[in-house]
Design a protein around this ligand. Sequence first.
Ligand code: CMC
Length: 390
Amino acid sequence: TGMFTYDPGFMATAACESAITYIDGDKGQLLYRGYPIDQLATNCDFLSVAYLIMNGELPSPDQKRDFDNLVTHHTLVHEQMHTFLQGFRRDAHPMAVLTGLVGALSAFYHDSTDITNPRHREVSAIRLIAKLPTLVAMAYKHSLGQPFIYPQNDLSYTGNFLRMMFATPCDDYQVNDVVERALDRIFILHADHEQNASTSTVRLCGSSGTNPFAAIAAGVACLWGPAHGGANEACLNMLESIQAQGGVAKVGEFMEKVKDKNSGVRLMGFGHRVYKNYDPRAKLMQETCREVLGALGLENDPLFKLAMELERIALEDKYFVDRKLYPNVDFYSGIVQRAIGIPTSLFTAIFALARTVGWIAQWNEMLSDPDYKIGRPRQLYTGAAVRNVK
Ligand code: CMC
């Protein structure tokens, strides 16, 4: 391949150094800043994990209180963002709306876009982490035609998001502890995942020196695709479609289609570029699923049964075993989200909300390196040789 290494899909190319997240795909291990994901998901809340990812250490109680206050202080968005939102059709996909809203933030916060200034970078990071729940809830309320619920800052990050999603001015919404804990855990499990497609997009976009809101909007856009964050929505649609055709009884037939390369059908929520063993996030998500369904009296949820059966069959089937295909984070997350009342079309926006932490931390890590360069892949040219216009 001449001067360049040819590696489409980046199967074997490291594009950066990073001290944030470690994945051992053969062992099925995931660490944020050295801490195993199961310990973080069990013992910490999302904002502690966000602090860890951004700063490298878990916060002390004082640091945690200050960080929570700081994030809370930035939850409001400019009123004109509402005007901007009104321009979207009510049936627009929430990821289309979110890409627009996040990009539009760059038109409002000029005071924090000097990317060479670490203080500015920090304020932008806090603004993004604080405002994403507000924006996702706004997108949801817009789709319903309901009035927007302003953030309430004495609630937790996740409690506040649930209230903005589900309260109306006519009723007094009470946050359910089990639901809050489950959603907080979903946020933790999605917070970072080293150099996946959307994170690499944020780095590449940010490497030109563009402002952080624009770079994160690029990440949101990349996440949307069904091979990436869009898989949670695609997975739930798949489960519902199998259910509608007869449920567990139809699993065998469906699996034949998945194994037929000409069908174009994949088992969504399965497989991963890096994990060649069980995705530890899927394990935690399955546990959360069981807890939430139990607490909400939905133990017999047919989609959960169906997902378990698909997993059972896949893990014994030669096709999946040979290719080392296991459930990934998206396989069970939709069932949890559905149980707590989040509509399917919003699943990927929830993913984006959580992944904003990883995106902005990785963007900051890149810009903190004095030797960083603009990302500029090369190509192997396959077009016409030089010729003349006649
Ligand atoms: N169902 C059926 N076959 C599959 C699947 C699947 N879900 N995933 C991979 N394969 C097969 C694939 O056809 C190929 O077979 P062969 O070697 O015979 O050609 C082999 O397994 C390797 O797959 P690949 O597409 O070359 O692997 P990749 O590393 O390029 O893709 C992936 C990884 C995640 C895009 C892919 O596994 C996939 O499309 N999964 C379904 C979508 C999904 O769940 N995405 C979420 C990823 S995890 C979290 C996130 O980013 O959101």
